[in-house]
Design a protein around this ligand. Sequence first.
Ligand SMILES: NC(=O)c1ccc[n+]([C@@H]2O[C@H](COP(=O)([O-])OP(=O)(O)OC[C@H]3O[C@@H](n4cnc5c(N)ncnc54)[C@H](O)[C@@H]3O)[C@@H](O)[C@H]2O)c1
Length: 285
Amino acid sequence: MKRLEGKVAIVTGGATGIGEAICKKFAAEGAKIVVAGLPDDPVDEVVNEISKLGGAAVAFKGNVGEFKTAKDCVAQAVKEYGKLDILINNAGVFVETNELTDYSEESYFYMIENNITTTFMMSKAALPELQKTKGNIVAAGSEAGVLGIPQNVAYGGTKAFIIAFIKGLAAEQAAYGVRCNIVGPGPIDTAWTHKETGPMNGKMEKLNMQATLMGRRGTPEEVANVYLFLASDEASYVTGALYMVDGGITIAKGPAGDQADKSFKSEPEGDIKLQHEFEGHTSIH
Ligand SMILES: NC(=O)c1ccc[n+]([C@@H]2O[C@H](COP(=O)([O-])OP(=O)(O)OC[C@H]3O[C@@H](n4cnc5c(N)ncnc54)[C@H](O)[C@@H]3O)[C@@H](O)[C@H]2O)c1
């Protein structure tokens, strides 16, 4: 039996990048999908591609950061497929890299709207249906929501919000049998992490990969695999969890020291001189 047989899922930001991979992975595992994206997103293409492979999907276009649109999206799932089991809050934006002194207020508000408000509105709109099916929510966090990220500090803040929001929701909604979890991707091979197609410059792109233990980006499919597990009944005892899919970036030290100015690199003299050092006693032989 397929891992999502009989399930109905909404995937926000479902037409590109990680969202596209989630839609295709879930459809291949038997779920019926509402592919939700902004009006200019290639939502219809993804629906057609899924249909051609024998899967079931419908398109929903609109800004799910607005509550009325979020409710319409949930209503479409129920109208088309009779219920809702899974909400994937994947929509998000990553628009600018700049130190805070130069970071635009416009980008800040745009991120609040598309990263935070989308998650709030969709979760609020979907819960009445998810409570009926004892369904679940999986949301897009980020390593940036755990570690912070320089030159896009507000982005890290939006992802930290999502982590705390979903953990709180897990505690609140457990009484209704609804599970809520977060996936925390590291640098993933979508438009965002390439200097040609996203706001990162070449230096940031390189640093990002060096900072992972694996020395590479993850693929959208590698992230979708974890969404699949958390959204499926295999994760029936998992709620309030943050699953990192980050090539180890959150435990790696990274090469940040290489970036420090030479003048910061010499150790200070200080006043205390150690008289006792533990030398030569660590061997068990
Ligand atoms: N790519 C990475 O390295 C990375 C790392 C950590 C976390 N993430 C998270 O993963 C998610 C997907 O990122 P991606 O790299 O695939 O980017 P992406 O730009 O390909 O996908 C995001 C999608 O969300 C859609 N969207 C944005 N605002 C929306 C709204 N208000 N209503 C409906 N749709 C909306 C966009 O149009 C886009 O299709 C994001 O939440 C992102 O923060 C990505």
